[in-house]
Design a protein around this ligand. Sequence first.
Ligand SMILES: [Zn+2]
Ligand SMILES: [Zn+2]
Length: 258
Amino acid sequence: MATQRLTAQVGKITDFSTPLAFNTTCRNCGDNVFFYRDENGGCAMFDYPGKPWPIHACWERYRIHVTRSVAQELASLGFNGKAYFRPRVKTLKNRNEAFLEVRGFVDLGNYINAKKFPSNRRGKTCDFHEMRFVPFDDPARYYPILFPTYLDDAMSRYSMHEVECQWLKHSGRWNCFLTSFRRLRGQKRADRVVKDIVSWSNCGYCGEDLTAGIRWGFDTDYHAECSFCGNARGDLDTTRFREYLAKCQKIARRNKRK
Ligand SMILES: [Zn+2]
Ligand SMILES: [Zn+2]
């Protein structure tokens, strides 16, 4: 009975078409290794994830046994062919750390934790999702990283990335915002870097320095704005508000001439 269930789990590792990132110990030699399966079902075990993606020696020789032991371990973590759960410790901002640069993978969990960052109480703003990002060098913990909801597909579960983030304080709390990322694809290669996901430090409308502790938030296009501009913008989106500002400037110039 137990053997039958295990066989089913072994099948699932290679049959299922979603990516899987799993840090484990090689049952054959006891080394700390990294098992990865891409979305096409191809899988391998690496000494460590990232360039040059060195294939673990036991994988080449004992592929079947290694796959079986990984399947066994995943089954013990409740792996259902799509996901497994492993308890991890949340990593918060270190003192004096403004930026975060880390290579790792997207974990299962409160990946869909929606957040908004308004600059005022009433204005329209944009939506963020929070993912649990596990660093390759320490899979016992994770970073809560916020990214725009339009990146939901790019930040799929178990996908591997090199990310750059910025810690920003909003309403007295530190948040870790994704600013650029590059998807890593097994031993083959990495995707191009996607940059400028959130722009911060100055208000996109008036240029006010937002690091001085004033109230700020994001507009509808993930551009930072001060609360003064945010209040003036109200429910308008970025484009409409820029049009409105241009019109105001035109009127001001005309009145000056008179
Ligand atoms: Zn080994
Ligand atoms: Zn402003």
